[in-house]
Design a binder for this molecule. Structure first.
Ligand code: BTN
Length: 270
């Protein structure tokens, strides 16, 4: 960890855009999960753009019930409480918007060029460097969204050999040199998301999403109703769905779930 890379609320606030300068920021040395903490805060009335960051998570959560490896000093584990004026489908757009915001922030802070693997994994040099977990708190009766929690986990400077064995082939880091300032990166992600969130409209960011997509034109596998399909990813819809062409030339639109890229004719689950 670089000497100046200490996470602090004031360090993050310095880099936030003016409209966000008063938002609540909580920085923890260690916590179970920043998403879990945001949920607790949201249920206790915390407002839009409440930011929770931890240096280490003891129960970092990933999509589909997986865990997210969250060692100390070398990652950025951040969650936001958002209060979108949107229904559940509008809130889903926040996942796509978050991927774009993370890529733009990385580009601005490091000059690196990450890619997006549908729906919202961020890759660099063929390895996953960031995962995003979006969760909603909604009112069951009215279906109205009370809060959306966007959780972002970035391997900032984790050395290749420090990942658990099962992740070593698939996980990577932004920079092994430890030169990325995590406060600046965190604030830039929040700033970029704020720009998209103000008038949440896929038309504004879907081209930015597509231009960073690593799956378009690629052969993929996906599973639907327990059937495995071989297909080619051919497009992204205006709301972030993945358009695939199956081997029998039929077309499908995937709106959630997972795909596996078929790289060099060997399966690579990422
Ligand atoms: C995935 O790749 O499956 C999503 C991973 C999301 C991890 C982040 S780290 C910050 C936030 N807190 C969590 O417990 N999970 C998200």
């Amino acid at each position: 960890m670089a000497r100046n890379d200490i996470l602090s609320a004031e360090g993050i606030r310095t880099f936030l855009c003016k409209p966000l300068s008063g938002c609540e920021i909580y920085v923890h040395g260690e916590i179970d999960s920043t998403n879990a903490e945001c949920k607790r805060l949201a249920l206790n009335g915390s407002g839009d753009f409440t930011i929770v960051i931890a240096d280490r998570q003891t129960s970092g959560r990933g999509r589909l019930g997986r865990t997210f490896y969250s060692p100390s000093h070398t990652g950025l584990y951040m969650s936001l409480v958002l209060k979108p004026k949107a229904d559940l489908s509008g809130a889903v757009l926040l996942t796509t918007a978050s991927s774009v915001a993370v890529c733009k922030a990385i580009e601005n802070v490091t000059s690196l060029s990450p890619s997006i693997k549908w729906i919202n994994d961020i890759y660099l040099n063929g390895k996953k460097i960031c995962g995003i977990l979006t969760e909603a708190i909604s009112d069951i009766e009215s279906n109205a969204v009370d809060s959306v929690i966007v959780g972002i986990g970035i391997n900032v400077s984790t050395a290749a050999g420090d990942f658990p064995k099962e992740l070593q082939d698939v996980a990577g880091s932004l920079s092994a040199s430890g030169k990325v300032n995590r406060c600046r990166l965190a604030a830039e992600i929040v700033n970029q998301l704020y720009l998209l969130y103000e008038n949440l409209d896929a038309a504004v960011f879907i081209e930015d999403y597509k231009s960073r997509s690593m799956v378009l034109g690629q052969p993929v596998y996906y599973i639907k109703n327990n059937v495995k399909y071989c297909a080619t990813a051919t497009g992204i819809t205006s709301t972030g769905g993945l358009i695939v062409r199956n081997e029998d030339n039929s077309t499908d639109i995937l709106s959630s779930g997972e795909i596996t890229l078929r790289l060099n004719r060997t399966e690579k689950t990422v």
